[in-house]
Design a protein around this ligand. Sequence first.
Ligand SMILES: [Zn+2]
Length: 187
Amino acid sequence: MRNACAESESDTVLLPNVETATFQEFFTWLYLRQLSEPLKTTGAERMRLVKLWVFAETYIVPEFQNAALDALHKSLDKHDSMPAPSVINYVYENTIYRSPLRKLFIDLVLEHGSITSYFDPAKVRPTPIDADFCQEVLFNYALRYEDEGLNKTQMEKAWDSRESCHYHVHNVKDTVASLDIPSKNLI
Ligand SMILES: [Zn+2]
């Protein structure tokens, strides 16, 4: 949306790096307080919701952020297929360490999905997956399975019993100052 900081010369507010579709959806949400109907393909749906979440975090609109999270959580819970590497990469390129969105994807892969779907060397994936994601998955796998001694059934139960509220932003400080939060409570 063109370059920022030109609003003093016109009545236009410019938002850098925001796709028109994302802003349109935010604008609609402002009036209706609900997200538009899901798209038909789940892959595109996940990318759309992740972009809404990142937009909401950037412009500090926690209510919109949580609405996007709820829809995303529902989509991830409902469908067995794991998100495409492009979705994971977008999340990791646009969020900081310990972001609730990263936490959601780590929990998903460890508790509800399949780690091997991303790391099976026999599978050729055209999109390389983010190195930080790989590292966090490996670390959390070791933490939960080896240090805490959890098994697959316990992990699946943890996912099933957790509401999407667990990943909400209830305080803007959760987003902006998350680096101060002790790591034990996160990811
Ligand atoms: Zn909540």
